[in-house]
Ligand binder design. Sequence first.
Ligand SMILES: [Zn+2]
Length: 70
Amino acid sequence: MSCCKQCGTALKTVEVGLTMKLIDRGAKEYLCLDCLAAFFSCDRELLLKKAEQFRKQGCTLFPSDRTKEN
Ligand SMILES: [Zn+2]
């Protein structure tokens, strides 16, 4: 399991998917939800909604396990 390249938090599948989808498809290092939210100056919730949208579109970066934390 990889860790966030900024803060070292263990990453979830959805965070890896979001990094690849929103920042760099070929990314080898990923950001956690908090660091992604800071990067885009947006809300974590918004990112999770995006992930849900991508998943519904059938994006393979977002396998149909849970995309929400908590
Ligand atoms: Zn982080």
